[in-house]
Design a protein around this ligand. Structure first.
Ligand SMILES: [Fe+2]
Length: 195
């Protein structure tokens, strides 16, 4: 397979075309969103250290905010592949997703903070439910609901990750279902004082 580069610089490396072929098979296998996402994560993992995976345009950053490059949308919209590029210090808002989502870190590292939405019938707030530093080569599979998180690049180098979503990201513009601009509170202690 040869590299395909369109006039605007977008296109596919041979490695990306091989990845897309394997994702297509995984997405069309039997199983619910969780099983599909786990299968796609397994497909993505061996490609993450391929330095020929992304075209130069798909690695470009934006000095003002993290940047999304849509690499592929399946013709029937059943899945999309994008690269996200963060410069040190850049962050997403706190958000969740429109569909299952698989993330694989290609370069650098990303700090993910996960949250739980707490609603008491009158008001709502967020509680932090965990966090982790995801290094190059690591994958994670997210399945809504309960996938509220924020991702940032703690530095020192640019971070690039591949994201595969079970939706048409070109039509939607983003994988984000909703952003959460809510107070963040410590988790309330239980009656017995347990964690
Ligand atoms: Fe996300």
């Amino acid at each position: 397979m040869e590299t395909v580069i369109r006039a605007d610089g977008t296109g596919y490396s041979p490695a990306m075309r091989a990845l897309i072929d394997q994702v297509r098979a995984a997405v069309r296998s039997d199983g619910g969103p969780g099983a599909i996402a786990r299968g796609v994560a397994g497909v993505l993992r061996p490609f993450l250290d391929r330095h020929d995976l992304l075209l130069p345009v798909q690695r470009q950053a934006d000095s003002t905010k993290y940047r999304q490059h849509v690499i592929h949308v399946e013709p029937d919209g059943i899945f999309s592949v994008v690269s996200l590029v963060w410069l040190p210090g850049q962050s997403t808002p706190i958000h969740d997703h429109v569909s299952w989502c698989v993330v694989g870190v290609h370069q650098g590292r990303e700090h993910e903070i996960r949250y739980r939405l707490v609603e008491d019938g009158v008001a709502a707030h967020l509680e932090e439910s965990g966090d982790g530093f995801n290094r190059a080569g690591s994958t994670a599979a997210l399945t809504p609901p309960g996938d509220i998180h924020r991702v940032m690049n703690p530095g020192p180098e640019a971070a690039i990750s591949l994201h595969i979503y079970g939706a048409d990201i070109a039509a939607l513009g983003s994988s984000i279902r909703r952003c959460y601009y809510l107070p963040i509170r410590d988790r309330a202690p239980t009656e017995h004082g347990g964690a």
